[in-house]
Every structure is written in C-alpha cells, then in structure tokens.
Ligand binder design. Structure first.
Ligand code: SAH
Length: 320
C-alpha cells in the first residue's frame, strides 16, 4: 500500500443485510484510531452506504437499484487487524445473509473523501433562508434564517431547484402556528425551514430509512425540539384527516399523482390537509405539471400558484 492510498471494502447487499454489514463495519472500523493514522482522518469512519439506481429524484428504478455498504481502512498495523476482523465477520455474516464476497480494492484518498462536499457551499434561498453545510463557517447577516445541514446519504442539500422552489413557497405560506406535513423529507431540509419560519408542529415522513435517520440528526443539529418536529418512516400518514394547514411533497410527478389516487396503499395525498389548506407539490418536470394539476383537481384542490426554475416546476394548490 503506498502513501495516499486507502483500502476500500465494499459489499453489495439488500437493505436487511446492509444493516448487519453496517453494524459490523461500525463495530470494527468505527472509532477513529490515532496510533498510526493522523488524528481526524476519516479512517475508522465506520460504514458508508451508497445507493445507486435512483432516478433524478431519489426514486429507486426497478431492477437497477443497488445498495453497497463500504468502509475505508488506512494502511498500517492496526489497519491490517481491522481488515482481518472485518473479513472474518463478513464470512460469518454470509452464513446468515446471502451476501456476496466483499470487493476489496485500493483507492486514492482524494477519490473517496466526500468529493461531493467540495461543491456544497452555503446557499441563500428565497428572502431569508441561508442553507449552510454543517462543516462550513458562515457569517449570517441580520434577518437571515440559518439552516444547517449534513445531508449524508439523504437527498436535500438545497442544490436541487425543486428544493429551492419549495423553500420559496414555504416562505410565502408558513404562518406562525402552522401545522405542516413534509412527505419525502430526505435530509429534513423543508421541515427545518418550516419550523424556523414559525410552524408550530412539523411531521416529516420518508420511505427511506436513511432519510429518516438523517432528517432526525439535522433537526437536532438545528436545535429543533423533538416535540416540534417528528420524523417517522412512511408516506402519507393514516388517521390524520384535515390535521395539517400545509402539506409539502417534493417527490416526482408520477409519484405525486399516485399518492393523490392512493395507489401505493397510503391514504390519499389531500386527506391530511385541512379545508382551505395548501399543498406544495414539487419534483415536477415542466411537461408533467399538467398531470399533477389534474390529479389535484380530482381531489378537490385548485391551483393557486406555480413557480419555476429551469425545467423544474413547483405547484401550490389549495383544498376547497
Ligand atoms: N424534501 C427534500 C427531499 C426530496 S427528495 C427536499 O426537498 O430536498 C424525495 C424524497 O422522497 C426522498 O428522500 C425519497 O426517499 C422520498 N420518497 C420517495 N417516494 C416516496 C413516497 N412514496 N412517500 C414518501 N417519501 C417518498
């Protein structure tokens, strides 16, 4: 192993096995070690979960969706031991879960170290929101509403036009005391923004367990009290008829239409909305806006606003 290289151990698996493999990586390669690596380096950083086979908007594509759990080990005596413990652990796991042989390779350090973070800088959105990656320093000016984010593997840095359109719409609509439902919360960004704009309660849901975890962490990072923002696995919540003044769903047009029509088995998308309440719909490519407006109308919601950035559209509809 030459200097500047790092060992990557990768296992492709389903979500159940992914949990077990992550647990193993965190156990044996979880604590940073300082014996023969520089302090603060990310070796010993535990499990990193990578998912591929999503479309532009975080929807898994059937047959193409893959989950890979990786861990990175720095060279050295300790690293050799860690590798052995992990390989043994994986062998035992493979007796219980159908996991393939781990792929082990050397990668250049600069290739793996969160390359994407280089592109994620503090970002002003709407009139007052300042989105800030948790690792960047920024000087807010008076009036700024600071939202700190570490998106991890979840979607929602604010870099996507749809997220920004939703934030602009939230600034228009959220009032002190609003009861907000955020479906497909991803990193939790929209829920945290809604809270900071004065929402009394926010319920955030996502079908992706990683998003649920990350959204909870980001809520804590922003000091949002657990009583004000609840993050839970799922989609359109059951038993919440008319309980929300505002629902925001930044998912895909096709998914939104199916959610309106309750085709996934969750309650219909407009059900949790109180009469007179607003629904912000995003993740919609311009050509697909009409099908979402149609679906909303079928469910008693009328278009009241439309925002656009590039090809992406956000629709605001109001429940009659
Ligand atoms: N709200 C964030 C993330 C949007 S990405 C933002 O605006 O930036 C879309 C999110 O919706 C993903 O986290 C995905 O896991 C989730 N999702 C996809 N289909 C869903 C469904 N049917 N119900 C609930 N969440 C869903």
């Amino acid at each position: 192993m030459i200097n500047g290289e790092i060992l990557e151990i990768a296992v492709e698996c389903d979500s159940e096995a992914a949990e077990a493999v992550s647990e193993l990586f965190n156990r044996f390669n979880g604590g940073g070690y300082d014996e023969d690596t520089e302090a603060g380096e990310a070796s010993g950083g535990g499990a990193v979960i990578e998912t591929t086979g999503y479309d532009d908007f975080g929807q898994p594509i059937a047959g193409e969706f893959h989950l890979t759990v990786k861990t990175y080990i720095k060279p050295g005596k300790r690293g050799g031991q860690t590798r052995q413990q992990i390989e043994e652990g994986l062998w035992f796991l493979s007796r219980i879960y159908p996991i393939p042989e781990p792929q082990i390779r050397l990668v250049r350090e600069e290739d793996w170290a969160h390359a994407w973070k280089k592109f994620y800088k503090p970002l002003r959105v709407g009139c007052h929101i300042l989105l800030k990656p948790s690792w960047e320093a920024v000087e807010p000016v008076p009036g700024d509403i600071l939202v700190e984010l570490d998106p991890g593997m979840a979607f929602g840095t604010g870099l996507h036009p749809s997220t920004r359109l939703c934030i602009v719409a939230l600034e228009d609509i959220v009032r002190p005391g609003s009861r907000v439902l955020d479906i497909g919360t991803g990193s939790g960004v929209l829920s945290i923004v809604a809270h900071k704009l004065g929402a009394a309660t926010v319920l955030a849901t996502d079908i992706d367990p990683i998003a649920v975890e990350v959204a909870g962490e980001n809520a804590a990072l922003n000091g949002v009290p657990a009583s004000s923002m609840i993050v839970t696995a799922g989609s359109v919540p059951a038993g919440c008829e008319g309980a929300f003044d505002l629902v925001v769903a930044n998912i895909l047009a096709e998914v939104l239409v199916k959610l309106f029509d309750a085709e996934y088995g969750y309650p219909p998308l407009a059900e949790p909305l109180a009469p007179g309440g607003h629904l912000i719909l995003a993740g919609i490519i311009e050509e697909r806006a009409a099908m979402v407006v149609d679906a909303a109308q079928r469910h008693g919601c009328r278009l009241v606003d439309r925002k656009q950035e590039g090809d992406w559209v956000a629709l605001v509809v109001r429940k009659e």
